[in-house]
Design a binder for this molecule. Structure first.
Ligand code: ATP
Ligand code: MG
Length: 410
């Protein structure tokens, strides 16, 4: 889909609404343009185009914010046909940064903008974990709903997911960001941060990136910041630690304290952190998480659901007993079940279409004419693959997670 036209339309509408003094509606239109632009950015070919578009998305989001808060300046009529529909100028008309420092600041900003992702994962794409999904929805609801008069509920701003690899932590974070959206289908902005890669790429600048990240998230509120591999930034500190590491930690602690502490309930930035090694986390960081949720290996019911997501929901026909299949995948993570499904389905397709290599030899036209054949999958198909796939998480690991959970006082 070409998004240029719908973005342009949203901006034109926003401008009309603004001129008609319908500031709230104009803001909604800018939000819509921002969300479309974020998707447009993901479709960009080349990093420069992508960054330009991301910057625009944030600009529109900032304008929407200012319209709502009343501190708006006239949206400019400038149409800088660069590769993005314009129609909105950066608020405050900030001059182009100059000099070395400004360049570094620009790089930090660019690094943060490149973390914005659009999530297409919904709750239905995650098998099992029903209580966890409900708990997250509950937390969001309490925070976003109208507060009762004279009662001050505290917002949930920090959630920690911990558990074995491949159990759906990243999926849950993505679904959460998609769940926060308004009736115009404008989603919360989702910052997907793989902490270890930020640290290795921008070590000296890491604490600046964290501040910039939270600053941008506040500007684009509502926003979800997902800090994956959290232990690599929030691990226990000792006296050997270097200056930058200490700075990163203190920046992180103050950002995790959030906006509510500063009396700003209108801004909502939810931090979701994920780790496989919760016992390595610094106690000061841990204490900032209102919710620590163990994402365990799937039980038999969840495994059935995960198998269904990766087989039947993709159109494959399964003629094996579902309960037996769930029983024989005990100990598997969601990722391992996905791998099993991939193995089984590709093997079946290869077996059903042995003529493919010959067709390739005959040229593109012959292959294109060929109709791929599939057949239902039986228990035998699965047994072979199951025998080869050994789960990565041991019962001893499972015990360690459970013990850690019990040691946490809620
Ligand atoms: N509950 C689930 N339902 C459906 N698919 C799942 C589930 N859990 C895992 N998967 C599959 O495994 C893949 C990996 O899951 P995900 O990235 O969420 O794991 P994770 O818990 O974040 O792992 P890690 O700790 O290694 O980061 C997903 O892309 C999905 O295909
Ligand atoms: Mg993950």
């Amino acid at each position: 889909m070409d998004l240029y036209t719908p973005i342009k339309q949203a901006l034109t509408k926003a401008k009309e609404l603004y001129e008609a003094r319908e500031h709230d509606k104009a803001a909604a239109s800018y939000d819509k343009a921002a969300s479309l632009m974020a998707i447009y950015a993901e479709q960009a070919i080349g990093r420069d185009a992508e960054m330009r578009r991301r910057k625009k998305a944030v600009e529109y989001r900032e304008i929407a914010k200012k319209l709502r808060s009343g501190e708006i300046e006239a949206p400019g009529a400038r149409d800088d046909r660069d590769d993005a529909p314009a129609g909105a100028q950066a608020p405050n008309g900030a001059a182009a940064p100059e000099g070395k420092q400004a360049k570094a600041a620009g790089e930090v900003k660019a690094a943060v903008l490149s973390l914005i992702k659009t999530s297409s994962i919904g709750w239905g794409d995650i098998g099992g974990l029903e209580p966890t999904k409900d708990e997250i929805k509950f937390a969001l609801g309490i925070t976003l709903a109208k507060q009762p008069a004279n009662v001050q509920l505290s917002a949930w701003t920090n959630i920690l997911f911990y558990g074995p690899p491949g159990t759906g932590k990243t999926l849950l974070a993505a679904a959460t960001s998609r769940a926060i959206r308004n009736s115009d289908d404008v989603q919360a902005v989702f910052f997907n941060v793989k902490v270890s890669s930020i640290l290795s790429k921008y070590f000296g600048e890491s604490s600046k990136i964290i501040s910039e990240l939270y600053g941008t998230a506040r500007d684009t509120s509502p926003a979800v910041i997902f800090l994956d591999e959290f232990e690599s930034v929030a691990g226990k500190r000792d006296d050997q630690d270097s200056g930058p590491e200490r700075r990163i930690m203190s920046t992180l602690l103050s950002e995790l304290d959030g906006m509510e502490a500063k009396g700003r309930r209108d801004i909502y930035v939810l931090t979701i952190a994920a780790t496989n090694r919760p016992w390595d986390l610094d106690p000061a960081v841990l204490s900032r998480f209102e919710k620590k949720i163990l994402i365990p290996l799937p039980d038999a019911v969840a495994r059935r659901e995960i198998l269904r997501i990766h087989l039947e929901k993709r159109g494959f026909v399964v003629q094996a007993d579902a309960a037996q299949l769930a029983a024989s995948t005990e100990g598997y993570s969601g990722r391992e079940i996905e791998r099993l499904c991939k193995e089984v389905t590709t093997r079946m397709v290869a077996e059903m279409n042995r003529e493919i290599p010959g067709l390739i030899d005959q040229g593109l036209d012959e292959v294109r004419k060929h109709q791929l054949k599939v057949r239902p999958l039986g228990m035998g198909d699965f047994q072979k693959a199951i025998a080869k796939l050994h789960p990565q998480t041991t019962p001893a690991d499972v015990k360690k997670y459970n013990e850690w959970r019990e040691a946490q006082v809620e």
